[in-house]
Design a protein. Structure first.
Length: 202
């Protein structure tokens, strides 16, 4: 008769595989590190209270207006864009800033800026005065312009976006995209308006 095969000797009860023991310790250390990092970030956020930088339209004005009541409208609009950083200790960077000014779907001008920084608790303004633009009008558009002139207001559309980057204490660098979408109702008597139009995060 063949000799019976020896049975494998199990680990004594209470004895843990060394590899499992090491993996357990490593997982516990990683879990503790994640918890501590989360606590640091949370309290850092409460202390610093970071604020997202903003873009807004500080003012706008209709500089030039000529309407021949047949087919042509010549206008010039000035716009002041304000970049704001309300963080107490961190400067912010703005880049890829571009806005389109239009009238009844007709593109009038692109308002752009090179990358720039804004110091803590500070703001920077950009005064845009594009060249006058002559806009051809079909009969329906001409009638709409005539109606707006009787109401003594022309409405323009300003739309665009920019990107921001700033430091938030222990959290590190934070990036955000801002979108601006404004209707500018400009009096034809060249009165400067101060629209309440601010950017939104996207």
């Amino acid at each position: 008769m063949p000799e019976p095969k020896p049975k494998p000797v199990p680990y004594p009860r209470g004895h843990t595989n060394p590899i499992r023991w090491c993996m357990t310790i490593i997982c516990e250390i990683l879990a503790m590190a994640v918890i501590i990092a989360g606590i640091v970030v949370f309290f850092g956020y409460l202390v610093i209270r970071p604020k997202v930088p903003q873009i807004s339209v500080a003012s706008a004005q209709l500089e030039t207006l000529y309407f021949d009541q047949i087919s042509l409208l010549t206008v010039q609009v000035s716009v002041v864009i304000k970049a704001e950083n309300d963080n107490a200790k961190a400067h912010s960077s703005f880049y890829d800033m571009s806005f389109l000014l239009s009238f009844q779907g007709v593109k009038m001008a692109y308002l752009v800026a090179e990358p720039f920084d804004v110091n803590a608790n500070s703001s920077v303004e950009f005064n845009y005065v594009p060249e006058p633009r002559t806009i051809p009008l079909n009969p329906d558009d001409a009638e709409g312009v005539s109606r707006s002139l009787r109401e003594r207001i022309l409405t323009f559309h300003l739309k665009g976006r920019t990107k921001t980057r700033w430091m938030v204490g222990p959290i590190g660098p934070v990036k955000n995209r801002l979108r601006l979408d404004c209707q500018l109702h400009l009096p034809i008597d060249r009165t400067t308006i101060f629209p309440r139009c601010r950017s939104r995060s996207t």
